[in-house]
Design a binder for this molecule. Structure first.
Ligand code: GLA
Length: 724
């Protein structure tokens, strides 16, 4: 990479440009959507954070950047908001970079070297004061969605090996002060993406995954507000890291009232030796700011994911309504049974039929077969061809479940290649769900997996993979490499999984993919770049889903959120009406995971009606603006509103959990409509109390709507069509 001499670029450029450089030493002003992000070089040549907040366009407002004074226990370098602080000099806060040279030096001090503006991107090159260790910081603005992307690349030109012990994507700074609140998503299997809010106090709060993938337990997204933001008001700073492996967000309130969020590769068990000439790129870290509350923060991320993250081939298309056989048949799949389900699914209006686990190898239960990705001839005597033809003839696309990163010890693959499983020699290998994890970091394993998936796609007309990962990494040995290199496994693993998906998609352009990891274990903007949808949770119990889906919606869009209607009693032993289950699932990408053979005629009739209704509103739900009107955490009523991008249609969902004391549910006040427009209301049932069937936006957003919801797990949907 060649860098122009910095001076040439110092002069101010027209304000219309999203990346501007003003003054000497340079101050960089990045405008994106309604926000500005400003950084600059101070009198010591150090790159400093200056501002992140509402839009400030006037270049002259940004004077030269100056640092603090030193004091006995703090250096000015350590107290100032450095954009990308390395660990070196007198610094005690969470660093972005920590490194050891082969000759034993563990001090890195980064100074500004040069910069380049390339359209919507700014690249700043930093250099260590004592060696030729460089860091290239890339900032990219997305003015359409108001998002800023940050990424770093550490480049070793020192002439010796440098081992990185921490390589972060970015440090984000909030305005100096106290009283901030952190919002994040925590959970576990069957209880993913629960919204957690807590005050930020002095010290470090770490959110992370050490499990080799994104994890059910935490999600690489954060939002910070001044403890008073609501859905509609207040300043919110937020970010999401695009990485499906070990990640870490360190939210640090320093004693000098500086709130910083440092995020990137998890430093736990991390080590990345770089030979001379090698470089390590960190994941992209996306950030945004709004002064219009959590609702707008989510809508900004949704818009960004839909327009910039989702695979380009899928941005214009709505997600099809899907059927998945898992909860109906578990491992007992065979041609006759699947054909029967497919026939019933087609009649309901299903567009994509997915056969789940059990179709390959000796896979009759979860103890055997993973790794042997050839069709089980007892279950499918003539291969998958006849089933796929039947599915296609019924007007549906065909999808298949795979779990390529895994192997059962009881499999031909493991018997042939026991060394391919992740392990420490001479130590036990823990089995999760009776399976081991293939070392996808190895290039021979990567090529093998690519070839077999490619072969499956070449030999069969498969439109869709549900790509699963049903355990996390443990005992992460890579005995074939020198000990010093073995910890590269975590990063190389994910990059190789990404590479396989990218190559499969390039070779089979029609292929669509769902990312699943025993439910919502692999949901992040890194995997979302390569898949059409994610499996939200193995918990399909509709009442629980309201909260799982709410948390998901803070960071990710409905279009990519797979939501199934399944049978009852379900998790928690709970039984909810079929209509309630449908309406909950219709707030995402709709799927059916029930055993259709058990449905009554009335069930099938209702299902066909609901699917038809869903098709009328799916563009609005999948690609419109979400207004979380009443949170499932707030009381016994939950309500969400989706408004289509042109404002012509809106879909209002309401769910009553448990009525008590004959109390009527609260009025639902709508948002995001045109006050002067008139909307025709099309309720799916008789629950709407309002007499008027044509109402103005002002009425709907002022007086609101009332519903006769009663008892337990009652629900309704009203479609609003703009008529004037
Ligand atoms: C995981 C998935 C399920 C199903 C099973 C199959 O648990 O989350 O949806 O595919 O694996 O074994």
């Amino acid at each position: 990479m060649r860098f122009l001499p910095a001076l040439i670029l110092f002069t101010a450029v027209a304000t219309a440009q999203p990346v501007r450089v003003v003054g000497t030493p340079p101050v960089f002003v990045l405008d994106t959507g309604h926000s500005s992000y400003v950084l600059g070089v101070n009198e010591l040549g150090s790159l400093q954070h200056v501002y992140w907040g509402s839009r400030v366009e006037r270049g002259e407002d940004w004077g030269a950047v100056r640092s603090h004074r030193d004091s006995a226990f703090e250096s000015r370098a350590g107290m100032t908001p450095e954009e990308y602080p390395a660990w070196g000099g007198m610094r005690y806060n969470e660093p972005c970079l920590k490194a050891t040279t082969a000759s034993g030096v563990r001090d890195v001090v980064l100074k500004y070297a040069s910069h380049q503006v390339r359209g919507d991107a700014l690249v700043i090159r930093l250099k260590d004061t004592g060696t030729d260790l460089f860091v290239n910081l890339t900032y990219r603005v997305y003015p359409g969605s108001g998002i800023l992307s940050r990424q770093s690349e550490v480049e070793n030109r020192t002439g010796e090996t440098v081992t990185l012990e921490s390589a972060q994507s970015a440090a984000w700074y909030l305005p100096r002060g106290n009283g901030y609140r952190l919002t994040h998503l925590a959970g576990r299997w069957a209880g993913e993406t629960q919204v957690i809010q807590e005050p930020v106090e002095p010290g470090i709060k770490v959110l992370d995954s050490r499990r080799g993938n994104t994890s059910h337990q935490a999600n690489p997204w954060f939002a910070i507000d001044e403890s008073s933001a609501t859905e509609d008001s207040g300043r919110v700073w937020f970010g999401a890291l695009a990485w499906s492996g070990n990640w870490k967000l360190a939210i640090e309130q320093t004693t000098s009232q500086q709130l910083r969020v440092v995020g990137g590769y998890n430093t736990f068990d991390f080590s990345s030796p770089l030979k001379h000439g090698e470089a390590l790129k960190t994941p992209e870290f996306f950030g945004g700011f709004t002064d219009r509350g959590f609702g707008e923060a989510s809508r900004m991320l949704h818009r960004f994911a839909l327009t910039e993250i989702l695979p380009a081939s899928s941005r214009e298309k709505s997600r099809p309504v899907l059927y998945n056989s898992w909860e109906a048949t578990t491992f007992n799949v065979n041609e006759a049974g699947q054909r029967q389900l497919a026939g019933k699914a087609a009649k309901l209006g299903i567009e994509l039929f997915v056969m789940d686990d059990g179709w390959f190898g000796a896979r009759d239960n979860d103890r055997a077969g993973l790794g042997d990705w050839y069709v089980n001839r007892k279950k499918f005597p003539n291969g998958l061809g006849p089933l796929i033809s039947a599915v296609n003839q019924a007007g549906m696309k065909f999808g298949l479940w795979v779990e390529p990163e895994m192997v059962n010890p009881d499999s031909d693959l493991f018997r042939k290649h026991p060394d391919w499983a992740i392990q420490f020699p001479g130590r036990p290998r823990t089995e999760g769900r009776n399976q081991l994890i293939l070392n996808m970091a190895r290039n021979d394993v990567k090529e093998y997996i690519f070839d077999l998936l490619d072969k499956l796609l070449v030999e069969n007309k498969i439109d869709f993979f549900k790509w699963d990962m049903n355990r996390h990494i443990s005992e992460p040995g890579w005995p074939q490499l020198p000990v010093a290199d073995q910890r590269k496994l975590y990063v190389a693993y994910v990059n190789n999984v990404y590479e396989i998906i990218d190559r499969l998609r390039a070779k089979h352009p029609g292929l669509e993919i769902e990312s699943c990891s025993g439910g919502g274990g692999r949901i992040d903007l890194g995997i979302m770049r390569r898949v059409e949808q994610v499996w939200t949770s193995d918990n399909t119990e509709a009442f629980d889903r309201l909260r799982i889906q709410e948390g998901y919606s803070y960071a990710y869009p409905a279009k990519e959120m797979m939501a199934w209607v399944t049978d009852v009693p379900n998790m928690n032993g709970r039984t909810t009406p079929l209509k309630y289950r449908f309406l909950v699932a219709m707030m995402g990408s709709l799927g059916i995971g029930a055993n259709l053979n058990h449905w009554s005629e009335a069930d099938s009739k209702l299902a066909a009606e609901m699917i038809a209704t869903y098709k009328e509103i799916r563009k609005t739900v999948q690609e419109g603006s979400l207004y979380r009107l009443i949170s499932p955490r707030a009381g016994n009523l939950t309500s969400n509103l989706y408004v289509s991008s042109g404002g012509k249609q809106a879909a209002l969902f309401a769910f009553l959990h448990s009525q008590q004391f004959r109390q009527e549910p609260p009025t639902i006040v709508l948002k995001g409509l045109e006050p002067n427009a008139v909307y025709r209301l099309k309720p799916v049932d008789e629950k709407l109390a309002e007499r008027g069937r044509e109402l103005s936006g002002a009425y709907l957003m002022g007086k609101g709507l009332n519903f006769n919801l009663t008892g337990d797990f009652d629900s309704t949907l009203v479609v609003l069509e703009r008529v004037r």
